[in-house]
Ligand binder design. Structure first.
Ligand code: MTE
Ligand code: CO
Length: 420
């Protein structure tokens, strides 16, 4: 603030009768005493900085070292079949940076030489085909799309009650990426699907050889074979050199290190769609083939890892998404559901992609019970956890899209709680 503006401001406040009335200045525009960080020349201005090429592949500032994927020790039986979480509370906008996309591997990260990788199409097809990665990239009709990927087990540890302290851990098995690739339909058309071809089986080239059955309608509708994320090659963690993209459907179906698509007349009933990724109900029956990720939202700031530090104006923000379409609206409460307020959606709101929402709040140090609730373009409204439990019981660790609660204490510290 220049001296003149500061003076003008003081004059204005006096004129408005505020300055002497004991009312605090708005916290955002405090007049501060001169500080040494302004009055003294700092090292970064005294010395030359690193030259170009000091960092041929750029990395974040050393002061952002804490912004990393994290795992939960008691969820980590072994590193190769494990999961880590996206630091949602450190991110803004809707795109997840490549190095921060959560990882979920069943047999570690396959380190694939693209020159030795092949994608095979077999089964109920007119022609059985094998493509190199270069072949895939030469197909006409390349597309770019932003989609969220959510693991079916995201928020799985919260089914029975509030457990993990941080949105990174409760909701961080989601990322949102711009994919470059070709529609899967392009490849299937090239091979020619026989009339009895009703399902595809996607298979990964990792040691898990992960497989999932997908109905042919979905395969032809919007699935992609992608080779790039956010403008650069897929990261090894995300399936380099080729990954299947299955928009809006559970992450497990997005086969990484994609090496084979088989066309069949019925589903294969493999491990990932029988003993795993099914929801065991209270009466012992299991819901199967629950592919679509229902609408969900979470306040990322404030949250346990990102407490409130200042009274006065604060920006409450979060993300929302739906596997059935786009985010239509997000409502937020700060008093445990007594009053709800429409949040402002900012940035492009695209189907099957994360949407960013904001509510500008004025916090006087009162305790808050914060929740967000999304409605999607199909009219579906995110349920409370109790509503979910009524129909699903508490056996499952999958498909928990219930409304989440943060308690903000008077000192700004924030905790994972549940209210019923
Ligand atoms: N594909 C293969 N080949 N192997 C795997 O272990 N994990 C699946 C899916 N695709 C997996 C896979 C699961 S359970 C999820 S949630 C997503 O990949 C995770 O994708 P990400 O690691 O890019 O976050
Ligand atoms: Co998963």
């Amino acid at each position: 603030m220049s001296e003149n503006t500061a003076l003008d401001r003081r004059r204005f406040l006096r004129a408005a009768g505020l300055a002497g009335a004991g009312l605090a200045l708005p916290a955002l525009a405090q007049e501060r005493k001169p500080e040494s960080v302004i009055t003294e020349v700092q090292d970064w201005a005294r010395n030359l900085g690193d030259g170009v090429q000091a960092h041929p592949y750029g990395m974040p500032s050393e002061y952002e070292k804490h912004v990393v994927r994290r795992d939960v020790e008691w969820l980590t039986a072994g590193r190769e079949s494990s999961v880590n979480f996206t630091p949602l509370h450190e991110l803004d906008g809707i795109i997840t940076p490549n190095g921060l996309c959560f990882e979920r591997h069943h047999s570690g990260i396959a380190n694939i030489d693209p020159a030795k990788h092949r994608l095979m199409l077999n089964g109920l097809l007119d022609r059985q085909l094998v493509f190199t990665v270069d072949d895939i990239k030469r197909f006409p009709g390349r597309i770019n799309k932003a989609y969220f990927l959510e693991c079916a087990a995201n928020s799985g540890m919260e089914w029975r009650g509030a457990q993990l302290n941080g949105c990174q851990f409760t909701h961080g098995m989601v990322h949102n990426v711009w994919y470059t690739g070709i529609p899967l339909k392009t490849l299937l058309d090239e091979a020619g699907i026989k009339t009895n071809g009703k399902w595809i089986l996607a298979e990964g080239a990792d040691a898990a050889g992960m497989t999932r059955s997908i109905p042919i309608e979905k395969a032809l509708k919007d699935c992609m074979v992608a080779w790039a994320m956010n403008g650069e090659a897929l990261r090894p963690e995300q399936g380099y050199p080729l990954r299947l993209v299955v928009p809006g459907w559970e992450g497990n179906m997005w086969v990484k290190w994609l090496r084979r698509i088989e066309v069949g007349d019925q589903p294969w009933h493999h491990r990932e769609e029988t003993s795993k990724y099914t929801d065991l109900l209270a009466d012992g029956r299991a819901r199967r083939f629950t592919w679509i990720m229902d609408a969900k939202s979470i306040v990322t700031n404030p949250s346990p890892q990102a407490p409130l530090k200042h009274k006065g104006p604060n920006v409450l923000t979060g993300i929302a998404w739906s596997g059935r379409g786009s985010v239509a609206r997000v409502d937020v409460t700060t008093d445990g559901g007594k009053n709800w307020k429409g949040a402002r959606l900012d940035g492009p709101v695209m189907p099957l992609s994360l949407a960013r929402f904001y509510v500008d709040i004025d916090w006087n140090g009162q305790e808050m019970l914060i929740q967000s609730r999304v409605m999607d373009s199909s009219g579906y409204v995110q349920p409370t956890k109790d509503e979910l439990r009524k129909v699903r019981g508490v056996n499952s660790i999958y498909h928990n899209n219930g409304i989440h609660t943060w308690l903000v204490r008077a000192n700004g510290e924030t905790e994972n709680v549940e209210i019923s």
